[in-house]
Design a protein around this ligand. Structure first.
Ligand SMILES: [Zn+2]
Length: 205
């Protein structure tokens, strides 16, 4: 048994890789294609690999990502902001791409976390089937629960391909969501400082 089959076998009810590839062949036939023709021969394998990448977030534990923190921060107690983090997700209604960026900020309590960890938490939740509102809240809530900072702010701005390439066909439309906790929610001056650091305008302002 190869590694992937073992992983599959370890998740009750998870179909095998062969079953996943067969499902792609069914969709190809449904789209009036012949999965046996030369150009499509490798396609089920490629689609399943692409799925593994798009949905790799299910195998990342965001809490574990944030658990390694640093306490020697010389009393640093100002905003820590990671700006313009690339977001690649998939909407849970159409499984089409949601592409955009996130800004993640927090006001440290006693601990800070490596900045790459914030980006990894974004990936952990983005690389799943999502709706943008839930993605935004999950990132903020997890940082809040694990780091217990004085405040957390997460903003996501993204284009939804289910709206740009199908349905109403409105390219260039960005959806903006935000979740503010602690000082970012309660204190207007802290929020203004954040927006100045981001260099844009707050959602809804
Ligand atoms: Zn959608």
């Amino acid at each position: 048994m190869d590694v992937l089959s073992e992983v599959a076998a370890g998740t009750p009810g998870r179909p095998s890789r062969e079953e996943a590839e067969e499902a792609v062949r069914v969709l190809l036939r449904w789209a009036h294609e012949d999965p046996a023709r030369e150009g499509l021969h490798e396609t089920p394998d490629r689609v399943v690999r692409a799925f593994e990448e798009c949905f790799s977030g299910y195998e990342i534990d965001p809490v574990a990502v944030l658990e390694r923190t640093f306490e020697e921060i010389e009393g640093y107690d100002e905003i820590v902001l990671l700006r313009d983090i690339r977001v690649e997700s998939r909407c849970e209604h159409h499984m089409l791409p949601i592409i955009g960026k996130a800004h993640v900020a927090y006001l440290p309590g006693r601990r800070v976390v490596g900045i790459s960890k914030l980006a990894r938490v974004v990936d952990a939740y983005a690389r799943r089937l999502q709706i943008q509102e839930k993605l935004t809240a999950q990132i903020a809530n997890t940082i809040n629960d694990v780091l217990q900072p004085r405040g957390v702010a997460v903003m996501v701005e993204a284009e939804h391909h289910c709206m740009t390439t199908r349905g109403v066909h409105k390219p260039g439309v960005a959806m903006v969501t935000s979740r503010m906790l602690g000082a970012f929610r309660d204190d207007a001056a802290t929020r203004r400082e954040l927006f100045a650091m981001i260099g844009g305008h707050p959602p809804g302002a």
